[in-house]
Design a binder for this molecule. Structure first.
Ligand SMILES: Cc1cc2nc3c(=O)[nH]c(=O)nc-3n(C[C@H](O)[C@H](O)[C@H](O)COP(=O)(O)OP(=O)(O)OC[C@H]3O[C@@H](n4cnc5c(N)ncnc54)[C@H](O)[C@@H]3O)c2cc1C
Length: 398
């Protein structure tokens, strides 16, 4: 696509899910942009496994992606299943419907479940020339002419007409410019995956081998999802994507003390020790549930603290804004953080394009985005906190 709007320098800081989605939307509308990503390449670190995409996220991706990439996203999701089943540690099913955003009951289509790396690889397609890796934003300065000077850790600088911070939970612009305040909920998530080997499939409960399951413990829960990628059997070329193998995604959400980890030390815990904590915690569980961890991919384990943004208030709109976790971090318990980042990207795409096509005031377009984003993101943060409280009980710390 020929870029019709080359005269504006739009800088996207952060090439994660939200930033890449925005870049795709701008590209689709012929608007030039430059992405600055801290990591030295797209695959230098694990960024999670399953990501649940709801109707709002799907519509936002449709808005931003060209038809062929949207189709690729759609076709590469794990095989669709409906609903969520809830079990106790003895593998006895309960009728509980826990987290409303996970329920597929009344939806037009069940939520989609792409593998996170695959989705990111799809979002990166066609953007290679406009992404600079190894560019960590360290500071920014507003200049007199409504431009902004960005400074990076390697000493490079870039002057932009519009800056969109999409640099995730630790965003300096999100905190400093958009006044985002986050709390540490005091809870953590420990997540990983277990490949569908013959032995694992034989020993892991059949109930877990389709759809989403939740196992409720004391002050924590375990969420699992069977990620089966039947698309590999189809006669198509997927060579732009890294291979994926079927796996069980699993994530504990809860109080670190429930795992025998103190608030302070869990970051530095070697993964074998965390697995020992998991084994201790699940020692009395049904053997067909415990098998999930016996066969786990030991290198897949990650631990992150759960942070949550406080309700957002208005800030002065200008030629700097933010999207996604940079401006609204939420507990993964709601499964809507990325979906909300995609909604931001789609709304920003629409507003920026309209301002450029109609030659109207860009700051008004940004202010309109921020006004709407504050409302729906506050609701998403609230929904995610409610989800967390159901899964591990209220436990907030500043
Ligand atoms: C275990 C877990 C499960 C989840 N499951 C779901 C789910 O099922 N559905 C859902 O909707 N959400 C889910 N989420 C939330 C979702 O992952 C996030 O909300 C989403 O990734 C936010 O996207 P983002 O683009 O704002 O930030 P990120 O994806 O974090 O991307 C930020 C990017 O900015 C880069 N960056 C950081 N600092 C700088 C800097 N200074 N300069 C330049 N670049 C920088 C980073 O390297 C990264 O590439 C889950 C989260 C977790 C932890």
């Amino acid at each position: 696509m020929i870029q019709k709007f080359r005269n504006k320098r739009i800088a996207i800081v952060g090439g994660g899910l939200g930033g890449l989605c925005l870049a795709q939307g701008l590209k689709k509308n012929g608007i030039s942009y430059m992405i600055f990503e801290k990591d030295t390449a797209s695959n230098v670190r694990t960024q999670g496994y399953r990501i649940r995409i709801n109707e709002l996220g799907r519509n936002a991706l449709k808005e931003c992606l060209p038809e062929n990439l949207y189709q690729l996203f759609f076709e590469t999701c794990a095989t669709s299943t409906t609903g969520m089943r809830v079990f106790n540690p003895g593998l006895k099913e309960s009728k509980n419907e826990l987290v409303e955003s996970w329920s597929d009951g009344v939806k037009e289509m069940p939520d989609l479940k792409p593998n996170r790396l695959t989705l990111r690889e799809i979002l990166l397609q066609g953007l290679q020339e406009n992404i600079q890796f190894g560019k960590e934003l360290v500071s920014w300065k507003e200049l007199a002419n409504e431009k902004t000077e960005l400074s990076f850790a390697d000493g490079a600088q870039y002057v932009a007409d519009l800056v969109v911070a999409a640099d995730g939970v630790h965003s300096k612009i999100g905190k400093g410019y958009c006044k985002d305040r986050k709390i540490n909920t005091g809870n953590i998530t420990i997540y990983g995956r277990t490949f569908f080997t013959d032995k694992a499939q034989e020993q892991i409960a059949k109930e877990l081998q389709k759809g989403t399951s939740v196992i409720l413990g004391d002050q924590f829960s375990l969420i699992t999802d069977a990620m089966k990628f039947d698309f590999y059997k189809k006669d198509k070329s997927w060579d732009v994507l890294s291979p994926i193998y079927n796996y069980f995604y699993w994530a504990f959400i809860g109080n670190p003390e429930a795992f025998g980890l103190s608030q302070a030390n869990f970051y530095n815990q070697p993964s074998e020790e965390v697995f020992q904590c998991i084994n201790k915690l699940t020692g009395h569980w049904h053997p067909k549930l415990k098998a999930l961890f016996e066969h786990a991919d030991k290198e897949s384990l990650s631990i992150t603290p759960i942070r949550s943004s406080l309700p957002k208030e208005k800030w002065k709109s200008g030629s700097i804004t933010a999207l996604g976790d940079a401006v609204h971090t939420m507990s993964p318990a709601g499964g809507v953080g990325a979906n909300t980042a995609f909604m931001d990207a789609a709304l920003l795409t629409i507003n920026i394009s309209e301002a450029l096509v109609k030659n109207t005031n860009m700051i008004m377009a940004i202010a309109d985005y921020e006004e709407k984003m504050r409302i729906y993101s506050n609701q998403a943060v609230e929904l995610s906190l409610r989800g967390g409280n159901i899964l591990h009980g209220a436990n907030e710390k500043n």
